[in-house]
Design a protein around this ligand. Sequence first.
Ligand code: AMP
Ligand code: MG
Length: 418
Amino acid sequence: MAQLSDDCFAFAGPLLPVDEAAQLLADRLTVVEGVEDVPVVLADGRILARDLIAPLPLPPFTNSAVDGYAVRGVDLPSGEKKTFALVGRIQAGGGEIVTVGPGEAARVFTGAPMPAGADTVFMQEDVDLTHEGHVILPPGLKRGANARPAGEDVAVGQVVLRAGHRMRPQDVALAAALGQTKIEVRRRIRVAVFSTGNEIVAPGAQRGSTQLFDSNRFMLKSMLARLGCEISDLGILGDDAIATASVIKNAAAEHDLVLTSGGVSTGDADYVKTAVESIGTLVFWRMAIKPGRPVAMGVVGGTPFLGLPGNPVASFVTFVNVARPAIFALSGTQSGPPAAIRLRAAFTYRKKAGRREYVRASLRTAEDGTVEAMKFPREGAGLLSSLVETDGLVELRERITSVEVGETVSFLPYASLL
Ligand code: AMP
Ligand code: MG
């Protein structure tokens, strides 16, 4: 699983800007070896290992887009209604051989192959069926109307999905439409996760009066699952550098990424930092980010290590900014920053220049119809309710020092982050 040399991040500075941290990870982490075939129905969320090339056109044959009557374009009524002789009937899936000649029409249904000679279909609502075996068609239809030519959606030989693409339900549909039963995808990234802190206990265990139930591990595992990772839950480690070192070392040998929360601040109990230093190389990133700040990045036995801060909101925000691009790089998918939506701020805010800040915000539609972001009233990095009760993060870039009501800001919906 070795990915990295121990000193490959050695130049990282003490207060790394967010974009540089993400770029560094994207540049240095390489895609893990290993591909597998999955049934197409299980391909959602997986990363394509190779380009998908259309082995057939879509639609595979020219067909009718409506229930109606197919005619030759050269026969289209111009100026006034015209009567056509009915010469056949083709159902969807039908194999009837019907040829439409001059002055003739064939009854067709949605999805039925176009009869030979015909290229235009009148909707059944627009026609009159007065005489037996005849149909009266109105003027005004364009040649080719209501017919779907073979290949209008996808041409045979076209690259429809690129290697590295993360499959979505619509991509699964396209693969199935092209007759695929299996898809070759990259193997899942193996991530070891644990929490740290003597004060943290697992839900279900006996909680001492000065202890908290672990929430980060559950949040991080849920986020990792959404990114398609294979997760090993290593539980909770006490504030003990030696035990922590041995767990990280073993985990690093068997995983593509080791992810922890807590124990990386500059306080006395920064055991995670000490532990990583004892078994590998630690680049202690004090990232220029709020909430977040302390994020430990290290390399242990060639495997990347990420130590996120313990405060749940800081853990969330740094996961999105550091762990997510790292996982994208390891999975071989494009790790562009999530697309921010520009919308109106309904709050005022002051910040320091040189630091990226994320403001938890809810959306509402103002009276003039514009969507506005409302800041969560409190700012603590430990407030889980601030994540639960909001819709996303307003991203305030390094150069910004203030936000006034009515200004346009960048908003990242939670749904777009995972
Ligand atoms: P630390 O980074 O270890 O100093 O932790 C910062 C804050 O986050 C402390 O108040 C911890 O109790 C809290 N914290 C650390 N880990 C967790 C966790 N797994 N779940 C919930 N809170 C945590
Ligand atoms: Mg701690």
